[in-house]
Design a protein around this ligand. Structure first.
Ligand code: PMP
Ligand code: GLN
Length: 386
């Protein structure tokens, strides 16, 4: 009766944990969203655009003002030379990923992905008729090796999907690691889907480098971004793809039947936001760094072993090293039900052979939220240790 490929999947872990958090009145350090309202000027710009602006269908490629703002933003922030015609506005990065995969993967094409991976990648590749191939990365450094990558590539490989900074491990890949990937893409003539939604939630060590900027890569990259992350407005779901004109044309063919176009007041407001100067970005990064450090210090004081977080809204905890003799999913359930704190088990980011020893926590929260989260996690740890 239903499509087995999608119908047989469990509900995404982010929804499951947020619903459990509501049911149990828990502090939610699971799903990645800030508990601040987001920049007021951008929210006001959206309200004004809704009241005074045009609310009929915009162009399916996106509002011209936003496409221009995206191109100018990447020129300023990352030194990219992109024509606005190479920008396609989508309903969040989630739709950007879906449109890129559906628009570019032919049935039978092999697509190489790295585990842990964002939970939409493999199902969308399979729905497009592609064959999912995995390279498994391991804690604590989650490094990509040329040997493991080469072993996953065959003459049917068409695409690689790469997330940097990496959710959930909070690693930012440096230039040497990017070169390993670029070498493979050039050697085997692959398209690289670069899920770079966390590009602005980084702390400079190592600096964030878009794969696009490596020699020979600009024409084979589909770079995906999300205003939800850049402006702490995750519910807005404004994203985009940047790609060469032929790749953009193919992705737009999928986008026109997924959503066709995106709410114009939100697009207009994101265009306003992208004109912000460097102080907005440095201020946001300083604020997230402070929250990251607060959660890290509080958890360490409570006996948790916390891995360094180089970017994203997240940090991870090593459960066995923290004295917790439970699998990540079992501990996450205990923590939300018995201690009132939601988290994300990192095993949910694996298609197969999951690592079950790592827990992800979101630090993009007010101090009071973080402090009560720490207290409750300490309680969960005591309960787990028996
Ligand atoms: N990719 C990754 C790696 C993410 O972490 C997220 C959301 N946290 C997305 C894609 C989806 O972004 P959006 O909310 O813009 O759809
Ligand atoms: N990407 C966000 C996270 O990792 C959540 C996105 C979602 O809920 N689909 O928590």
């Amino acid at each position: 009766m239903t499509n087995r490929l999608l119908g047989d999947l469990p509900t995404t872990i982010f929804e499951v944990m947020s619903e459990l958090a509501k049911t149990h009145g828990a502090v939610n350090l699971g799903q990645g969203f800030p508990d601040s309202p987001g920049p007021e000027d951008i929210r006001r710009a959206a309200a004004e655009a809704a009241v005074d602006g045009d609310n009929q269908y915009p162009s399916m490629m996106g509002l011209p003002a936003l496409r221009e703002a995206v191109a100018a933003h990447y020129h300023r922030r990352q030194g990219l030379s992109i024509d606005p015609a190479q920008v396609l506005v989508t309903c969040g990065a989630t739709e950007a990923l879906a449109a890129a995969i559906l628009g570019l993967v032919e049935p039978g094409d092999e697509v190489v992905m790295f585990q842990p991976l964002y939970d939409s990648y493999a199902p969308m590749v399979r729905r497009a008729g592609g064959v999912a191939k995995f390279v498994t990365l391991s804690p604590p450094d989650w490094r990509i090796t040329a040997e493991a990558l080469e072993a996953a590539i065959t003459d049917r490989t068409r695409m690689v999907i790469f997330n940097n900074p990496l959710n959930p491990s909070a690693v930012v890949y440096d230039r040497d690691q990017l070169q390993v990937l670029a070498d493979a893409c050039l050697r085997h003539d692959l398209i690289a889907i670069c899920d770079e939604v966390w590009e602005e939630i980084v702390f400079g060590d190592p600096p964030f480098t878009p794969l696009w900027t490596l020699p020979g890569m600009a024409d084979r990259c589909v770079k995906i971004g999300s205003a939800g992350k850049i402006f702490s407005l995750t519910g807005w779901k404004i994203g985009w793809t940047l790609a060469s004109p032929p790749l953009t044309k193919a992705i737009a063919k999928a986008h026109q039947f997924l959503t066709f176009t995106i709410a114009p007041p939100l697009q207009a407001a994101v265009a306003v936001g992208l004109a912000k100067d460097a102080t907005y970005f440095s201020g946001m990064q300083a604020e997230f760094r402070r929250s990251r450090d607060r959660l890290t210090a509080g958890l360490r004081d409570a006996g948790f072993v916390v891995a360094p977080s180089q970017g994203t809204y997240f940090l991870t905890v090593d459960l066995p090293a923290s004295g917790i003799p439970m699998a990540d999913d079992a501990f996450a359930l205990l923590a939300v039900k018995e201690a009132g704190v939601a988290s994300i088990p990192v095993s949910a980011f694996y298609d197969r052979d999951p690592v079950k020893t790592v827990l992800r926590l979101c630090y993009a929260k007010k101090d009071t939220t973080l402090d009560s989260g720490i207290e409750r996690l300490a309680k969960a740890r005591r309960l787990a240790a028996g």
